[in-house]
Write a protein that binds this ligand. Structure first.
Ligand code: DGP
Length: 114
């Protein structure tokens, strides 16, 4: 756990969140500032600053995270489609330096994103 990392503290249940899925290594919770009717954040419990830090050693973890997201999309009835996105660095608007995938759905999503 990284000191002063918001998502590490959510993963440790030190800070409340609307958790919808939890596993030993992965947590999913609703975004505090939703951009669609379904907006879930999926994080590894271990501290990884962003997708740029991923290596081959994270393959199993990533497969688990994508499995969790597929399961959430089914549970949230996103049969018409959804989007998974991760922001990396300030130009992309990353505001929390702990890897997280945004799972967005429940409305038509424009492309390209802003
Ligand atoms: P990004 O900008 O890609 O780093 O996304 C960070 C997201 O985290 C942003 O959509 C808002 C969300 N967020 C920030 N603080 C909290 C919090 O305390 N709780 C929850 N549930 N979400 C948060």
């Amino acid at each position: 756990m990284a000191q002063d990392c918001l998502f590490c503290r959510i993963a440790a249940h030190e800070i409340d969140a609307d958790v919808i899925h939890e596993r030993e290594s992965v947590l999913a919770f609703r975004d505090i500032n939703p951009q669609a009717s379904v907006h879930v954040l999926v994080i590894p419990k271990e501290h990884i600053a962003s997708a740029s830090e991923l290596t081959g050693e994270h393959g199993r973890l990533l497969a688990e995270m994508f499995g969790v997201m597929a399961s959430i999309a089914r549970d949230e009835s996103l049969s018409g489609g959804h989007r998974i996105v991760t922001n990396i660095g300030p130009d992309a608007g990353q505001s929390v330096e702990h890897l997280h995938f945004h799972l967005l759905g429940g409305r038509a999503l424009g492309w390209p994103p802003g």
